[in-house]
Design a protein around this ligand. Structure first.
Ligand code: AMP
Length: 609
């Protein structure tokens, strides 16, 4: 049924038509059902279900009745409680356009923003107040906000508000509201405490379940990429590069992770902003505004910071760190595929967390497609196809542009001109990354799939060591115990027993342009080589430090990708230069204490830990 058939209020109908919203979402249809009009409602609905418009529609009979618009504003007639500043402001914006033709005046009473303006607006009179519990209590207690005239109260994201510890504030606000008000409560989940509070705060409520919890979302395509944990950042880069989504949210679990990843993505040329608890309110507002007006395409965020945010056109969600539980997975994924649009949710899984991820998806009732991370070659091929398309398709050029083109063609050949245009376009694109460890991890996985593992110490039916998700509880899907500097790398030589010597002919030697006189020390050289060449320390064989240079050995297959990666300019330390050596150094006594036999290098006491 259409909004019209569901008899939405005519003034709101106009706004919906102008906005191009033709089809009500399930929660909107549900609240508009005649048996729900004028009743208290307890609604299970997630962000993205269209619940804000739903409660906007549901409030119209109470606030406007048969009238087309509001009378002059006085004391507020409706109050919406929201858990965060962003969500409150989002609700205000959404109800703002919905009630635009009804001449509604509203104010957002949220913390972290100027008190004076809020006081003035409240004093001048409003129809609607949207706010966060803390700031609303402030206003009530200083006598600036009276709820005497309140006819409708909406408690949005009730579960989230309780989780955030707002129970007392909610009680205080509700106690200040008239008892004969209409109350609508929205919650993504319905824990017993919410059900209990609903019985006290609502009068004879109707239950509406718009989206069955933990249901696979039809409009979201779920993808999983297994990666080597140390290439996580590169994997994020490639996932972003391979996507054509207009907007993307990348989730990290910690604030530090958000800051680091956002800085790295920006440095690579992605139009990227970050939000986490570390930012001040103006910084958060600026970041979100950049996303809304299209200046930024990628948002890096923690789960908490992104809660409830409605960002337009999020076509891709990347979970750079595993979520803590199936609910977090659903919340993150639910940022895309909203209001009938299609979206993709990508989960990056470090190789040794694969089982935990399988379990998580199983518990979340999600069927995902497992595939390789898009590699650099595939991304470049796609870039080329897109480039050809963008340079050749489209409307015929304007005469003015053609005239300029002719002038340019007097100086260069068409081929050169096209090549320059291609180069200019290419410059705009961040480089895709090679993922040698991820490829190696996939190969190792295939090789070791059926072989018994060294850490299977508890018999055939015992959990399989580090691949097993941890037990139930808050930490069920939490990171497996660390395995030293190489936490997420594929099973390495260190994990599989004593180090092996490099098989003859199965390694390559390289030279680094620093020696003893420049403080060459494997303590910093090893991490630097790993970073530069995308390897783990187990790929490094012997290291020989001499007066002015250091020779080192890269074992096995890693040598080739190491050589390619190490040639690339290094922003972090441009002075370090690595070159392939023609031959191995002559065997001899360890030089300066740092020379080591193959496989016996590394900072003392740190091997394999
Ligand atoms: P919400 O669940 O309130 O966060 O809404 C998610 C997004 O869906 C918002 O951008 C709404 O404007 C949009 N939306 C709500 N209802 C509809 C609808 N019937 N058709 C299309 N988009 C909608």
């Amino acid at each position: 049924m259409t909004f019209e058939e569901l008899r939405a209020h005519p003034t709101l109908l106009r706004a919906l038509q102008m906005r191009g919203y033709e089809q009500p979402t399930p929660v909107q249809s549900a609240v508009l059902a005649p048996e729900h009009a004028a009743r208290d409602l307890m609604v299970s609905a997630e962000t993205g279900s269209g619940k804000t418009v739903a409660f906007g529609l549901a409030l119209a009979p109470t606030l406007l009745g048969e009238k087309p618009a509001f009378d002059a504003p006085k004391r507020p007639r409706a109050l919406v409680l929201a858990p965060t500043r962003e969500l409150a402001m989002q609700v205000q914006r959404e109800l703002g356009w919905l009630y635009h033709h009804a001449n509604m005046r509203s104010v957002a009473c949220v913390g972290g923003m100027g008190m004076q303006l809020q006081l003035k607006l409240l004093h001048d009179g409003v129809h609607l107040v949207v706010g966060t519990p803390g700031r609303l209590c402030d206003h009530i207690e200083r006598g600036a906000l009276s709820l005497d005239a309140l006819e409708a109260l909406v408690i949005d994201e009730a579960d989230e508000m309780l989780d955030m510890g707002f129970r007392d504030e909610l009680e205080r606000i509700i106690a200040a509201a008239p008892r004969d008000r209409r109350t609508l409560m929205f919650s993504a989940t319905l824990p017993p405490e919410i059900a209990r509070l609903a019985r006290t705060w609502l009068t004879d409520p109707m239950r509406i379940t718009a989206t069955p919890p933990q249901q696979q979302h039809r409009d979201i395509e779920y993808r999983v990429h297994v990666i080597a944990g140390r290439e996580r950042e590169h994997a994020v880069v490639n996932v972003l590069r391979a996507s054509e989504a207009q907007g993307t949210i990348v989730f990290c679990t910690t604030r530090e992770g958000v800051t680091r990843l956002a800085a790295s993505l920006s440095e690579r040329g992605f139009a990227c902003v970050a939000i986490s608890g570390e930012l001040s309110q103006p910084e958060r507002t600026r970041a979100l505004q950049a996303l809304r007006d299209g200046r930024a395409k990628v948002l890096v965020a923690t789960d908490v910071a992104a809660r409830g945010l409605d960002l337009p056109d999020v076509g891709l969600v990347v979970q750079a760190d595993l979520p803590n539980d199936p609910q977090a997975f659903q919340h993150r994924s639910g940022r895309t595929g909203r209001a009938g649009r299609k979206g993709v949710s990508v989960l990056l899984v470090p190789a040794e967390r694969k089982r935990g991820a399988e379990r998580l998806l199983f518990d979340a009732h999600i069927k995902a497609v497992w595939s390789d991370v898009p590699d650099a070659a595939a991304i470049r091929t796609r870039d080329e196809a897109r480039l050809v398309e963008s340079l050749t398709a489209g409307d015929p050029p304007e005469e003015e542009d053609l005239a300029l083109a002719r002038r340019v063609l007097e100086k260069v050949s068409p081929e050169q001109l096209a090549a320059r245009l291609v180069a200019l376009e290419r410059q705009k694109l961040p480089d895709p990354e090679d993922l040698p460890l991820t490829v190696a991890a996939a190969e190792a996985e295939a090789r070791y799939a059926n072989a018994p593992r060294r850490y299977d110490t508890r018999g055939p039916s015992a959990p399989r060591g580090r691949f097993e998700p941890r037990g139930y509880g808050g930490d069920r899907y939490a990171p497996a115990p660390s395995y030293g500097g190489d936490r997420f790398a594929p099973p390495s030589r260190d994990d599989r027993g004593p180090p092996r010597a490099a098989p003859a002919g199965d390694s390559a030697w390289f030279t680094l342009n620093v020696g003893r006189t420049q403080n060459a020390d494997p303590k910093w050289i090893i991490p630097a080589l790993c970073r530069r060449g995308g390897i783990t320390k187990s790929d490094i064989g012997a290291i020989r430090v001499s007066e002015h240079e250091t020779r080192f050995e890269i074992l096995g297959r890693a040598a080739q990708s190491f050589e390619e990666l190490a040639q690339r300019p290094d922003r972090q330390d441009p002075r370090l230069q690595i070159e392939r050596s023609a031959a191995a150094p002559r065997p001899g006594p360890p030089s300066g204490g740092y020379g080591r036999e193959p496989g016996h290098f590394g900072p003392p006491g740190k091997r394999g830990k």
